[in-house]
Write a protein that binds this ligand. Structure first.
Ligand SMILES: [Mg+2]
Length: 237
């Protein structure tokens, strides 16, 4: 699928100036995973479908749960925040992910929304649930991350109640320790007796290692990062 530069800019939410270094037809320069997320409508459709499934599941169980007694934990990158502009820039320069380049990207607070994420977050809050974001972004990136979320319309207290990052490089990428803290953090903030009923992510490990009384919903991110949910981007997974 070929897009004009204007369409590409609109798609990524970037200014034309910011896209000045992006060729009009960059798909051939990109990894298949990057191109799929950037240009295929299937990616947005899949993300929205996962959030639709998660919403339907929430609706099927929340009626039996008192308001304020439950929470959903979401990963951030490629689950709520779309960083495809970062990956495009890396592909076009022939470079891969590095902590320094990633840190610089996070400080721009320029990530866009994964389709369906904001609606899901608002649905959970309206249904009486809490939202906790547990991310492997660094604690040094927390302020810019929260500013980025704010610019996307996701505000602390109103839309999410917890945002847990990790120390770099020493902090573990495995999130179980932080998952276990979420109910206690909510209680300490004044939201007592909360149970986590679902996790949403784009990696297979965006949930606790041990099975529990929760559901897991996973978004295909084209195989860009980590232990992704689908083996290959798009159809035929
Ligand atoms: Mg992620």
């Amino acid at each position: 699928m070929k897009l004009s530069r204007l369409a590409l800019a609109a798609l990524l939410g970037l200014s034309l100036a910011a896209c000045a270094s992006v060729p009009a037809e960059p798909a051939g320069e990109l990894k298949p995973s990057t191109a799929w997320v950037a240009y295929s409508p299937d990616w947005a459709a899949e993300a929205e479908e996962v959030y639709s499934e998660a919403t339907a599941w929430i609706d099927s169980v929340e009626g039996d749960l008192p308001d304020g007694s439950w929470a959903v934990v979401l990963d951030l990158d490629e689950t709520v925040m779309n960083n495809i502009a970062y990956q495009i820039s890396r592909d076009l320069t022939g470079e891969s992910f590095t902590p320094d380049s990633w840190h610089a990207w996070t400080q721009e607070a320029a990530a866009t929304l994964v389709p369906g994420a904001a609606e899901f977050v608002r649905h959970v809050n309206a249904a009486g649930g809490h939202i906790a974001f547990v991310t492997n972004r660094a604690d040094s990136e927390q302020l810019a991350t929260e500013n980025n979320l704010f610019s996307l319309g996701l505000k602390r207290s109103e839309d999410f109640q917890v945002l847990l990052t990790r120390a770099r490089p020493a902090g573990p990428s495995v999130k179980d320790g932080r998952y276990a803290l979420v109910p206690a953090m909510l209680a300490a903030q004044g939201y007592p007796d909360v149970e986590i009923i679902a996790y949403v992510g784009d990696n297979r490990n965006d949930k606790p290692a041990e099975p529990g009384a929760w559901e897991f919903f996973c978004i295909d991110q084209g195989g860009m990062y980590g232990e992704y949910c689908a083996e290959v981007p798009g159809t035929g997974r």
